[in-house]
Design a protein around this ligand. Structure first.
Ligand code: PGA
Length: 248
């Protein structure tokens, strides 16, 4: 583990180690504060962490019965019941196998009548819950965190934005050829994430080596939204497997 004046960096050998290491941060957060407020990501990177956390829940070693959850982002115009929705993904991959009550899960509005008002309401709900104790994030190939695409401001809040072509391609892959893949999303903002008491940024695989290097060693800039998490030595824990950490 390396501690710098910008973040704590844990480089672990494999994706399986990354899953366990990130799961440990979640388990420790809940052990210290059973009713902690967590924001959780979707994507291929956190899959192993979710499998491990669901296993711990079933084994009774991590107790999510009082934990409160916020989803990070959601495609716009896609019903939450749609299996391709990010909300549906989180229920399928984590909340249901871990036995989390749907009553403890806050989902990002996906079909808002008034996007601005509902985004503000989501932000207000996080504040009323006492703020995020932990935000768990992946990093997109373009440097996005949640769906804060390049150009997102450091003080951005929950809002609707257009997805970049890279993110649309990524979505198209998840949507398994069901077109049209969504082009807009609602996401928790960078500022919302920076208000969390603790932030975990996960990166796995060689394909993320370049963007992780840009995020951690390049300029702090909206061009690479993950870089906006720096400098944050008290809060930010970066966990990368050896392949993603190749250039660090
Ligand atoms: P991935 O997505 O884990 O599927 O690479 C990461 C992200 O876009 O945040």
């Amino acid at each position: 583990m390396r501690v710098s004046n910008e973040y704590t960096l844990r480089i672990v050998p494999t994706a399986a180690d990354l899953a366990r290491s990130a799961a440990d941060v979640v388990s420790e957060t809940i052990r210290d504060k059973p009713d902690a407020v967590l924001a959780l990501p979707t994507g291929s990177t956190p899959l192993g962490m979710f499998t491990e956390l669901a296993r711990r829940a079933r084994a009774g070693t991590t107790d999510f019965s009082r934990t409160r959850f916020f989803c990070l982002d959601e495609y716009l115009g896609v019903s939450k019941e749609d299996p391709n929705s990010l909300t549906g993904w989180l229920f399928r991959e984590f909340f249901t196998p871990a036995g989390v009550s749907a009553a403890h899960v806050h989902t990002v509005p996906s079909e808002p009548a008034d996007a601005e008002a509902e985004a503000q309401a989501y932000e207000d709900t996080i504040i009323r819950a006492g703020g995020l104790d932990l935000a768990v994030l992946g990093i997109g190939a373009n440097g996005h965190i949640a769906f804060n695409e390049p150009g997102s401001a450091r003080d951005s809040r929950t809002r609707v934005l257009d997805l970049t072509p890279e993110s649309r391609d990524q979505a198209a892959a998840y949507w398994q050829g069901t077109f049209p893949a969504p082009s807009r999303a609602m996401t928790i903002g960078v500022g919302t994430l920076l208000d969390a008491a603790k932030i975990v940024l996960m990166a796995s695989g060689e394909a993320k080596a370049g963007i992780l290097h840009a995020a951690l060693r390049g300029p702090i800039s909206p061009a690479v939204p993950a870089s906006l998490l720096r400098p944050n030595p008290e809060k930010l824990i970066v966990i990368a497997d050896a392949a993603a950490a190749r250039d660090l």
